[in-house]
Design a protein around this ligand. Structure first.
Ligand code: KMH
Ligand code: ZN
Length: 272
């Protein structure tokens, strides 16, 4: 049976407390949210952190504090962001890799991102990929456009990423690939045959494309980074609430949730 891997994107870099009153910001709040997401069925947390004012930061020590709190609470896989926030420098973004997390994101190209540009030029992609390879960190390839899959395959050919690849198909970002069923089928058909993948669809697309991914045998990312609503006009009350809904749908489709250790084994993640 192909168990479902749920990733909870707990914090993100763009959402504010004014938009989502339950957004976790402090290390304690983020760890609590990680533990609740794990109880609801998540195996992985995709992690961004905030400074004391609530602004996005890639500060290594802040990541260290948050990861320490998470480790005190739960066995969930911690996947750090190397994307950070729009406008951050390459050095800033790479900081959490020094902590040798189990997983980290690797976006394989640049894309317009709302009013900004999420810059991922070739030298940055190569630097992040090489660092992850050297430190034994499992990359999750973030795909915002179909061409990014070809870039990921070229990294394998150059020995910068070891197959099998694990992809996260990020759909519905304004400027990136629209979150449609046809586009999801196209992206999945474009992946190397031995790949695993999840879908992270933004806003109102999170639920239908997540359900579609479950039916297709893929995996799912949910959480405040991508979507702050439970349904139209009703804010979600926690990341765990969004995780629990996906877990319920998956159970009905005979795809029980994988534990973090089951995902570690499948992805070949070194024990932390
Ligand atoms: N905050 C976005 C600009 C990642 O975490 O690697 C980029 C992002 C991707 O969230
Ligand atoms: Zn992110």
């Amino acid at each position: 049976m192909n168990k479902l891997w749920i990733t909870a994107a707990l914090v993100g870099a763009e959402i504010t407390r004014a938009q989502q009153p339950f957004l976790p910001l402090t290390p304690e709040e983020i760890a609590e949210e990680a533990a609740r997401a794990r109880e609801a069925g998540a195996a992985i947390v995709h992690l961004h952190v905030r400074d004391p004012e609530g602004n996005p930061t890639q500060d290594r020590d802040t990541y260290a504090r948050v990861i320490e709190r998470i480790r005190e609470r739960t066995d969930v896989i911690v996947q750090v962001s190397t994307g950070g926030a729009i406008g951050m420098s390459a050095e800033e973004r790479a900081q959490p890799l020094a902590l040798r997390p189990e997983m980290a994101t690797l976006t394989c190209g640049s894309v317009n991102f709302g009013d900004g540009v999420f810059l991922n030029p070739p030298d940055l992609i190569e630097h992040l990929a090489r660092t992850m390879l050297e430190l034994g960190i499992k990359p999750e390839i973030e795909v915002f456009e179909a061409g990014m899959i070809a870039t990921a395959i070229s990294l394998v050919k150059r020995g910068l990423v070891r197959p099998p690849l694990h992809f996260d198909l990020v759909m519905g970002v304004p400027g990136g690939i629209p979150a449609t069923a046809a586009n999801l089928v196209h992206l999945v058909a474009s992946l190397p045959a031995d790949s695993t993948w999840s879908v992270a669809a933004v806003g109102r697309h999170e639920l239908p494309l997540g359900a579609m991914a479950i039916a297709m045998g893929g995996h799912v990312r949910v959480g405040f980074e991508d979507n702050i609503y439970y349904r139209k006009g009703e804010l979600a009350t926690s990341n765990a609430q969004l995780v629990a809904r996906m877990a319920r749908i998956a159970r009905e489709l005979e795809r029980p949730c994988a534990t973090p250790d089951e995902v570690r084994e499948a992805l070949g993640i070194r024990p932390c």
